[in-house]
Design a protein. Structure first.
Length: 133
């Protein structure tokens, strides 16, 4: 499986023009932002659901849950498209897929996106902590 670092390295060392590289980097950032947006909406949806299930809902939570869940579903669709697009980029560079999953399986995509965002967060925290020491 290709990591983000591998993908960026492959682009940087490709024979593509600087303009093409910039365009691909922008696509990657945009697609990873879809991942982060999706994870944020999954968390929001779960919080609203927990409030509703606790019996402490005043009615607003039900409305917000419905709206947040609708947006979460759209974000999930965007993540499926993002995985496919990132894999197309990998194909164009002749490297293994970044999203090494069945991109038509919504559950696989959801798990992959969650793990990817978690790993990126953990790596960023670790690197910042190590740089502070």
């Amino acid at each position: 499986m290709t990591t983000i670092e591998d993908l960026i390295e492959a682009i940087a060392h490709s024979d593509k023009s600087d303009e093409e590289k910039d365009d691909i980097f922008a696509i990657i950032k945009s697609k990873l932002n879809c991942f982060m947006d999706y994870v944020g909406h999954v968390i929001s949806t779960e919080v609203y659901k927990d409030i509703i299930c606790s019996g402490c809902s005043n009615g607003t939570e039900e409305y917000m849950y419905k709206k947040t869940d609708e947006y979460r579903s759209r974000c999930h669709d965007e993540c499926i498209i993002a995985c496919k697009r990132l894999n197309e980029i990998c194909d164009s560079l002749g490297i293994d897929h970044f999203c090494n999953i069945d991109t038509d399986d919504r559950h696989e995509v959801a798990k992959f996106v969650g793990k990817t965002v978690t790993n990126m967060f953990a790596t960023g925290i670790k690197e910042r902590t190590e740089n502070l020491v």
